[in-house]
Write a protein that binds this ligand. Structure first.
Ligand code: MN
Length: 467
């Protein structure tokens, strides 16, 4: 059983590290409030419930979010699970925190389904919540991450259901938001329950080869570090094994066993400046043999989720291929924490950083043009098909958007003008209605409608004559 003291202490450490100016008295007040409200509840392992909000708040602090988000995390299950109301929370912690808790509650109740068709609907719910306040979704992701970490206490049925949902909704979402570190942990934990045999097979292989792998990675790491230090490039370099789910996916896609896999090693070189990145690339290509066709420059062309790095695959003297990722410290933080990292940098600049993400900006724009939810969903669906498609769609959309915005503005202006009336009557006439056409002045009447009006006038005259 886990203790309140332990979790409280590590949450405070995370807050002090990432948010030194936080109002600890207010945070303690939220801890007490949540503790009081959840008093009768227990976690599945018998621990006091408060451990969960504390852990979620810690993750939110590690993401680098602000004090309101931490308070929101501490209170995130209060509306759902206790008698606390929006008003109660607003009275003590203010409207922003109350809104955050309300938003998380809505997502908790959204009941994400795992079926194919429902996936888009799930993502749409997320996007809608996000476009209001990105922190709602970030707290929800932190909530899921802690639930995944404590999945062993759930029933087997619940494990499968929650892990599918994590694979279908939360991991792709973390990916879209550029939160690589969290995405990997979600995927690896979910795999452990969804494909336990495969997961264990990979884990025991990695365990059995641990010493060999570590020796190999040390050799390469030393080689890179020595070279870079000798030419005066300040760097942090380390090797790692790619995460379990990505190894699993590679095995599945290529129909190979783990020892036949092409590259499971990745090295990171983190430096201070962008020119350093390109210098490091030169040295890496000088030290090892390049594998052709594997170099990618995500610095000059970032991924849609803002990820930036240089990627190259090379082969060392031992004949083992490995990937090297070269980036600056800022790129590193963006790669690990994605939108949360940016949220932190841009705090207080007004409009909110979520708008740095092109596709979020587009959703905003789509909403403003009054586009229907169905159309927005269709757009998201396209955007979901993959990074390349997104990039292409975005390019196209940037152009379309300008056209669309201009046309919307024009339409607004002409709404009550004769042009609009004519257009309206023209469509009405196409449906067989002639209402209103007789009253339009000549100069405003479209050519196509002139014969219609002639007929109407003739008919009207005939009627008059009869009387
Ligand atoms: Mn929760």
């Amino acid at each position: 059983m886990e203790s309140f003291e332990e979790h409280y202490a590590s949450m405070c450490d995370a807050i002090k590290k990432h948010l030194p100016g936080a109002d600890m008295a207010l945070i303690d007040r939220a801890v007490d409030y949540a503790n009081q409200k959840h008093k009768v509840q227990k976690r599945k392992d018998g621990s006091p419930y408060i451990i969960h909000p504390l852990a979620v708040a810690q993750i939110v602090a590690e993401m680098g979010l602000d004090c309101d988000a931490i308070l929101g995390a501490l209170l995130h299950d209060c509306i759902e699970d206790t008698d606390a109301s929006h008003e109660d929370i607003e009275k003590i912690f203010g409207p922003t925190v109350a809104e955050l808790v309300e938003g998380v509650t809505k997502l908790t109740r959204a009941n994400f389904s795992s079926s194919e068709q429902a996936q888009m609907e799930n993502l749409r719910k997320m996007f809608m919540a996000m476009s209001k306040d990105i922190r709602v979704v970030l707290i929800k992701i932190a909530d899921r991450l802690h639930n995944m970490r404590t999945m062993q206490y759930q029933t087997p049925e619940k494990q499968i259901q929650k892990c599918r949902e994590t694979m279908d909704v939360y991991a792709p979402l973390a990916h879209r938001l550029g939160m690589q570190k969290i995405k990997w942990e979600l995927e690896d934990t979910a795999l452990r329950y969804l494909a336990p045999m495969e997961y264990n097979e990979i884990m025991s292989y990695l365990q059995a080869h641990k010493e060999k792998d570590e020796a190999f990675m040390r050799t390469i790491q030393d080689k890179i570090t020595q070279r870079l230090t000798s030419v005066g490039i300040h760097n942090t370099t380390y090797g790692r094994i790619k995460h379990v789910y990505s190894i699993y996916r590679k095995m599945l896609a290529q129909g190979k066993t783990i020892d036949e896999l092409y590259d499971i090693y990745a090295f990171r070189v983190i430096v201070d400046t962008i020119p350093d990145c390109y210098n490091v690339l030169g040295h890496v290509h000088d030290l090892f043999s390049l594998v052709p066709g594997r170099f990618k420059d995500y610095i000059s062309t970032p991924k849609p989720n803002m990820y930036q790095s240089l990627h190259t695959t090379v082969i060392g003297s031992q004949g083992i291929p490995f990937e090297v990722q070269i980036r600056t410290w800022q790129m590193h933080e963006t790669a690990e924490y994605g939108i949360a990292a940016h949220w932190k940098y841009k705090q207080g600049t007004g409009t909110g950083t979520e708008k740095d993400f092109e596709w979020l900006r587009i959703i905003e724009c789509l909403k403003k043009t009054g586009m229907s939810l169905k159309d927005i969903r269709e757009y998201i669906e396209l955007a979901m098909q993959g990074d390349e498609t997104i990039a292409r769609r975005l390019e196209l959309f940037r152009k379309q958007r300008t056209v669309l915005e201009t046309r919307m503005a024009e339409l607004q202006q002409t709404m009550d003008t004769l042009d609009y009336k004519c257009w309206f009557y023209e469509t009405a006439a196409a449906r067989g209605s002639t209402e209103g056409i007789s009253d339009l002045p000549d100069e405003a009447l479209p050519k196509a409608l002139r014969p219609v009006r002639e007929r109407l006038r003739a008919a009207a005259e005939a009627e008059t004559e009869e009387v």
